[in-house]
Every structure is written in C-alpha cells, then in structure tokens.
Design a protein around this ligand. Structure first.
Ligand SMILES: C[S@@+](CC[C@H](N)C(=O)[O-])C[C@H]1O[C@@H](n2cnc3c(N)ncnc32)[C@H](O)[C@@H]1O
Length: 254
C-alpha cells in the first residue's frame, strides 16, 4: 500500500468510530486493548494527559484506576466518541476530552506527571509535540508511547493476520530488522525462557502471564521520536507474549 493511500485510510478511520473499532479489533486478534493497557503499570504520579485518545477506552481505564486525567484529541468525531465512552462507563466529564492538537497543548507548564500516547500518528515525531510534552510535564515526569505492536506468526489464524498487516504497513513496520535475523529462533528462545538476543539491559519475566519485558539499549523502534532534542531521557521496552510483541518508548524528564 502506498503512503498516500495509507494516510487516506487512516484519516477515514479517525472520522468514523465504528470503522475505527472494527479496524483496531479484528485484524489484531482483539489484542489492541491489551496493548493499550500496558500503559497502566508504567504511569507515575497522579495527573495524566493522553494525546490522541481515539475512542477513549484507555482514558476510561485510567480514570477508573483512580488517575486524574485529561485528553487532547484532534478529530472532532473521536472527541465525541471518547466523551460517549466516558458517559457510558460513568467516568469523567465532557471537559476531560479537549479538541485540539498535541503540538499546542492548552495546559500550563508542569501540569502532568505522566503523558501517554498509544498507537500515535505522525504527531509524535513532530519536535513541536515533544517540546510541548516537555513543557507540561513536571520534573521527574514521563512520556509513555506505545508506538506499535505486532502479532507474531504463530498458530493458524495469526499468520493470515500478519500478512494483512504487512500489506497495510509494509514488512519493515511489521518485522523491523528481523529480515536480517531469524524470527523463528527468537520466538523459540522466547518460549524456552532464553534471552532472545544479546545486549539487553534488563529482562523482566512475569511467569503468571508469560509476558517478558526487555529493556533495550539501542532499540530499532522509537528512534524518530525526538526525545533527546527536548532533553528527555530515553528508555526502550519491548514487551512480548507468545502471540505478540509491543514497542514502548518512554521519555523521562530530569
Ligand atoms: C491510530 S489513532 C490511536 C488512537 C488511540 N490512542 C488508540 O490507541 O486506539 C491516532 C489518534 O490520534 C489522533 N491525532 C492525530 N493527529 C493528532 C494531533 N496532532 N493531536 C492530537 N491527536 C491527534 C487521531 O485523530 C486518532 O484518534
């Protein structure tokens, strides 16, 4: 798919909540919500801002978990959808979701402890966005970006879904540098509890859920988010289950 066609497709999705719900559920084997919720254990402090909240599901999860939340969302249709989600779940109020742009945040300096962004569009690569993030974060605060996630080609159905994702996003977005590595070997290593590769700073393994988190010193993902330019310290986490992996970039303010 060409970049222009992809852009058109996504802009269409952001205008229709039903299409967006469908597109973020079925092709990802229903895991999108699981991936969004990986944010919850990474939040610091009490005051949270979400950029590009889409349908508002994660926003509602965060409010339900006791955080004081705001969201800035560009698409008026998605603002309405997110407000409906909050109403349906009896959480928050209309003012929680502001129509606006991540590049011009309508908040005073040092207002938030954590800013989250899941599956962001191009705005996250814009230095104006990261400068705004740095401005409204408190010292010690963090930006959490769930930049992307992929199903792994395991089982019967997932290889088919991986193929669909490759057609939409391109092989590089789905496999990263693994064209050059051996994905099967990596997945076997992961299943057997071995470290999948050298050079990992730290690994956390949750034996209950089977989820592994690797902190990577030089990750191939997240590199285009201009954190250092705005004095945010980078942390790259690859979170992996038997069926998927998720790429999380965190920017910490001193
Ligand atoms: C791929 S969707 C992700 C939505 C949601 N975070 C999720 O996990 O499903 C990207 C969202 O960012 C919004 N968006 C795009 N540009 C934006 C900007 N400059 N500022 C704020 N939101 C923006 C879109 O309208 C869309 O709702």
């Amino acid at each position: 798919m060409t970049p222009r066609l992809r852009k058109w497709l996504f802009e269409t999705l952001y205008k229709n909540r039903y299409l967006y719900r469908f597109a973020s559920t079925l092709p990802f084997a229903g895991q999108w919500r699981v991936w969004q919720r990986l944010v919850l254990t990474r939040i610091r402090g009490h005051d949270v801002l979400e950029l590009g909240c889409g349908l508002g599901d994660l926003l509602a999860d965060m409010i339900a978990a006791g955080y004081s939340c705001h969201a800035v969302e560009h698409s008026p249709e998605m603002v309405e959808a997110a407000r409906d989600t909050l109403r349906r779940r009896k959480l928050g109020e209309n003012a929680t979701v502001v129509q606006g742009s991540a590049q011009h945040l309508p908040f005073t300096n040092a207002s938030f402890d954590t800013i989250v962004s899941t599956f962001p569009s191009e705005y996250i690569y814009d230095p104006d966005t990261i400068a705004e993030v740095e401005r409204v974060l408190r010292p010690g605060g963090r930006l959490i970006v769930v930049e992307g996630a992929n199903l792994l080609p395991v089982g019967f159905l997932q290889p088919l879904l991986v193929l669909v994702q490759m057609l939409v996003y391109g092989p590089a977005a789905v496999f990263g540098p693994r064209k050059r590595r051996n994905l099967d070997e990596e997945m076997t290593g992961n299943r057997n509890g071995r470290r999948p590769e050298e050079g990992i700073l730290h690994t956390d393994r949750d034996t209950g859920t089977g989820i592994t988190t690797d902190v990577l010193p030089e990750a191939w993902f997240g590199q285009h988010i201009p954190l250092e330019q705005c004095r945010l310290r980078r942390r790259s986490e690859r979170v992996r289950s038997r069926h998927w992996e998720v790429y999380i970039t965190i920017g910490e303010k001193e």
